[in-house]
Design a protein. Structure first.
Length: 196
């Protein structure tokens, strides 16, 4: 899925005799820039592509990847893990409102995903700036953490939110293991990624 681990795996596997190497499968989740660095994603025994357009992108731009080695598996969810009409427990709501009292009785926009420039947090801030005054019950929740290397970016986002007077409109809840509950709790779930 990611190019750095793919390259590390590539170099590690070169040290193992060919007849003893494990099988290697990669996943292409989007339209990577066309270059040697990205080409590593197409150099596995099988390549999973998440859509027909990604299959076409691979076959158009990475001629070294035989079409018969590409398997399309659409992105989706496990309906047993994320059942339709799921409702979090009263205990969960009590804990959330205890931890984040600003969320009670709000219309929630949820932006799930790690804190990185690719996920569209700036777009969320812009959206809240445009809609926040018009819709006072609107509140945005960012569900996802920032690793050590992204702490400066998180601070930048929080400073921007503060400077635009949106601190009471956007809440960062950090990395969570209860994403199913947050998605069910939210009125609208956003995907604002600015890069595939």
């Amino acid at each position: 899925r990611s190019r750095v681990p793919a390259w590390l795996t590539h170099f590690a596997l070169r040290k193992i005799p060919a007849n003893k190497r494990p099988h290697l499968i990669s996943t292409v989740h989007g339209f990577y820039s066309v270059n040697r660095y990205s080409a590593i994603m197409t150099q596995a025994e099988k390549v999973i592509a998440v859509s027909d357009s990604v299959v076409k992108y691979i076959t158009d731009h990475y001629k070294n990847c035989p079409p018969q080695d590409i398997v399309r598996i659409y992105r989706g969810i496990d309906p047993t893990a994320f059942p339709h009409n799921y409702q979090p427990s009263a205990q969960w709501f009590n804990q959330v409102f205890n931890d984040f009292p600003e969320l009670e009785n709000k219309f929630l926009l949820c932006l799930p995903g790690r804190i990185t420039r690719l996920k569209g947090h700036e777009s969320l801030i812009e959206l809240m700036q445009k809609l926040g005054e018009q819709y006072p019950q609107l509140h945005a929740v960012v569900v996802g953490g920032a690793d050590v290397k992204k702490q400066a970016y998180l601070s930048e986002l929080q400073n921007t939110i503060q400077s635009k007077g949106l601190a009471d409109k956007i809440t960062f809840v950090g990395h969570r293991s209860d994403i199913r509950e947050w998605l069910a709790f939210s009125d609208i779930v956003l995907s604002l990624s600015n890069q595939a």
